[in-house]
Design a protein around this ligand. Structure first.
Ligand code: MF3
Ligand code: CO
Ligand code: CO
Length: 260
């Protein structure tokens, strides 16, 4: 049977997959490098500068800097900040905080996008459970990827896992195609129906990056001066957590390119 590729998606060549692998390796290694620094007393601005230094040493640029006017190298989203938190010298991590650091490395024309949570000092059991749920939600979503599958397969599993735990997922922001461009087709929501949504394409990369809220799913949007990128907080001020991998869809399944 003739299989038509979705409009606008061009699968990667072997050589391009190698470049994508390099970009993803640098992004993932940045998050690992940060581990020993993301502790009580560091500012999110300092985290941003450490990430920049590391990426630069490895020959990569931050994809975030200048992206729609975004002024920093990474996103640092603390506690009730859902995503795109702006690194800030006045935001100092304290005991019990949870923070997502989101890194996108750009090298040789390819983007590698990944994020993870760090738990600062002694976090509450509630916060830890939310963080663990976000990580597992992402991984359940990834496990649903098949070569001829749909974005809805991923969202379905993510949503099921999160809601059974009593949490909510953010609907308006989600994963995306990634590769030669930072944000490509398709949109990869953290909810959906099996067999619905957009088709996955072998040898195209997507991110899986569910945002999991402790309370309501609603978010409040804030402007970042000089940029059309917004940052988002939970509407009720409760915690939010997120993990992100870049994943290559293959002809037999998938390969996670941003493993630690
Ligand atoms: N890395 C984010 C994502 O997961 C996007 C950040 S865009 C920025 O898609 F401009 F805010 F950095
Ligand atoms: Co992303
Ligand atoms: Co990201």
């Amino acid at each position: 049977m003739l299989y038509l590729l979705p409009m606008g998606i061009k699968p990667l060549s072997l050589e391009e997959i190698k470049k994508m692998t390099v970009a993803c390796r640098i992004a993932a290694d940045t998050l690992t490098y940060l581990e020993k620094y993301v502790k009580i007393g560091i500012s999110t601005q300092e985290i941003d500068e450490l990430a920049f230094d590391f990426m630069q040493t490895r020959g990569a640029k931050s994809a975030c800097l200048g992206y729609h006017g975004y002024p920093k190298y990474t996103c640092t989203s603390v506690n009730e900040v859902v995503c795109h938190g702006l690194p800030d010298p006045s935001v100092i991590l304290k005991d019990g905080d949870i923070i997502n650091v989101d890194v996108t490395a750009w090298i040789d024309g390819f983007f590698g996008d990944t994020s993870r949570m760090y738990m600062i000092g002694n976090v509450s059991d509630e916060a830890r459970d939310l963080v663990e749920t976000a990580q597992m939600a992402r991984d359940k979503g990834i496990e649903a990827i098949t070569p001829r599958g749909y974005t809805g397969d991923i969202g379905f599993e993510t949503y099921k896992y999160v809601t059974r735990k009593g949490y909510t997922v953010v609907k308006e922001i989600g994963g995306h195609g990634v590769g030669r461009t930072f944000h490509d087709e398709p949109f990869v929501p953290a909810f959906g129906k099996k067999g619905k949504g957009e088709r996955l394409v072998p040898f195209h990369c997507i991110t899986v990056e569910p945002m999991v809220n402790q309370g309501v799913e609603d978010v409040v949007e804030f402007n970042i001066p000089g940029s059309s990128i917004k940052y988002y907080n939970t509407a009720d001020g409760k915690l939010s957590a997120q993990y992100e991998h870049t994943v290559l869809v293959t002809d037999t399944g998938y390969e996670i390119l941003t493993l630690p």
